[in-house]
Structures are given as C-alpha cells and as structure tokens.
Design a binder for this molecule. Sequence first.
Ligand SMILES: CC(=O)N[C@H]1[C@@H](O[C@@H]2[C@H](O)[C@H](O)[C@@H](O)[C@H](O)[C@H]2O)O[C@H](CO)[C@@H](O)[C@@H]1O
Ligand SMILES: [Zn+2]
Length: 300
Amino acid sequence: MSQPPDHRLRRLLLVHAHPDDESINNGATMAKYAAEGAAVTLVTCTLGEEGEVIPPGLAHLAADRDDILGEYRIGELAAAMKELGVTDHRFLGGPGRYRDSGMMGAPQNERPGCFWQADLDEAAGDLVEVIREVQPQVLVTYDTNGGYGHPDHIKAHQVAMRAADLAADPAHGDGEPHTISKIYWNCVPRSVVEEGFRRLRAAGRSFPFEGIATADDVPGVLDDAQVTAAIDAGAHAERKSAAMRAHATQIAVDGPFFALSNDLGQPVFATEYYRLVRGTPGTGGGADAREDDLFAGLGV
Ligand SMILES: CC(=O)N[C@H]1[C@@H](O[C@@H]2[C@H](O)[C@H](O)[C@@H](O)[C@H](O)[C@H]2O)O[C@H](CO)[C@@H](O)[C@@H]1O
Ligand SMILES: [Zn+2]
C-alpha cells in the first residue's frame, strides 16, 4: 500500500516517452525542484527498446541484434535520476508493459504491444493510479505533436492529458479523485533556439559531432509570445549534462552541446521553457512577464 503524499510538499509529475527525454527536456528543472525539496515523480512510458546505439561497443544491445537495449536503458535512466536527485521514477504499467514504437512510419509502429498501439483509456488508467497516489499539483508533458512527431511522444501526450481528466473524475475507477492544478507542455522559444544555434556555429569548436542540427530538429519550438514559463535552472546545468551523459547509448554530450545518434550537434538549454495549457498562471516573476516557477500561484 503506497503512502499518502505529504500535502505540505510541492509535487511535480512528468510524463515522458523514452528514457532520455526527461533529461533532455527537463533535466535542469527536475534537479532544481528536487534540490528544493519538492516531490518529483517521473513516469516513462516505454523502455526505449527500439533506439539506435551510439557506442560501437554496445551495438549488440540493439533490437535487431540481442534486443536487450530496453533493459540496459533502465540502468541508464536510474543513473540519470541519481544525477538529478530524483528518487521516484516509474515505467507506465511497469517496466516493459508498453514497447517503444520506433520512429513514425517504421514497421515497429504496428507491432502488438507497442505504445503507439496501446488502448488509450487502458494506458491512461495506469497513469491515473500514479496521479491519485502522488496527487501532483503540476504536470509536465509534450504538446499534441509530441514535440517532434515521434509516435511514443504523441501517445505520451494523449495518455497524460486523458489521465489528468480521468483522475479528476469521481465516476472513474477506485481511489480518491485528484485534480491537477496546472498542466504545462514542453517548448522552446524560437529566439532562444536561433541564439543557441548561432552560438553553436560560432563556437567553431572541433566537437565530435558530424554536423549541426537545425531549429526544426528541436522539439516544441514556439513563437516567443506563446511561451509562458521559463525555469532558469542554470545552477543545475552540470547535473543536467551529467544526466544526459548517463544516457550514453542515446546522447553524446560535449560541453554546452549534445548530439543524438544522428550525430547532429544541438545546444543544451539550462533554462527550460514551458507553455501553461491548463490552470491559472501565477504572477510572472521572470523576464517577458513569464512565470519563473511552475508552482507560481498555488500557494505551496
Ligand atoms: C530523443 C528521443 O525521443 N529519442 C528516441 C528516438 O531516437 C531517435 C531515432 O533512433 C532516430 O532514428 C535517430 O536518427 C535519432 O538520432 C534518435 O534520437 O526514437 C527511438 C526509437 O523509437 C527511441 O528509442 C529514442 O529514445
Ligand atoms: Zn523520446
């Protein structure tokens, strides 16, 4: 039987598709709130079984070889959470319940048991259990396109939003209903992306990446005015980089830059951005009148 949540604490729930997404999108935010004593819960929907593998010595883990990458990425995620100081991380429905669906259009999208094929209400029901146990005031997930159109990211968005509705519905299932006060979608202001790539191109450094990505490769780019919160977690930038490094099969990090297995360099953002899509914004303490705290206005 799980313990009831400590209602005195700030409680943040993040829902992600694969091990590595949490560190890339929210690593600094997670480290910041964990360091401040908030209860941070991560739910990852798949084990990332279909990922490519960067280190040649680990290539055997891949789905088309030994097919043990998912098990290996459980360890990478645990190491990343240790770097961020996050102690509550779970897999939706338990480890391996929903398999990585591969990139949009891949044959793996049709594989029985993959997340893309999961029944929405069944998967959302698994998340309702976590929501009603943890009772978060704030939920973070992807936008409707999953940031960049990956099927598992799109499904993670759909499951998170559906579960938020079901968890609040007294007529749904067992347990006390819980209404999440604020829901945010990950995003990045276009001006920040453009500046980040300008820095990357100007660096001219001999970093180990084959090429340089483009703004279109960055998930969730929005016009600046649509971005409603900026969490400056620069003090935790090193923790974010260390967490990204822990996902070594997926991410190569070089100073303020990183690359996925496509070997295209991108900037690491220590300020992480969000768009409030449900709930009332707090007073904007940050620049551009944006919120500088995801719990702003909640009195916690
Ligand atoms: C960040 C993210 O969502 N990674 C996913 C993604 O990985 C990409 C995929 O392997 C693609 O083929 C590569 O070109 C790209 O570099 C990778 O980032 O999709 C994987 C398969 O679904 C998933 O395991 C990985 O976590
Ligand atoms: Zn992902």
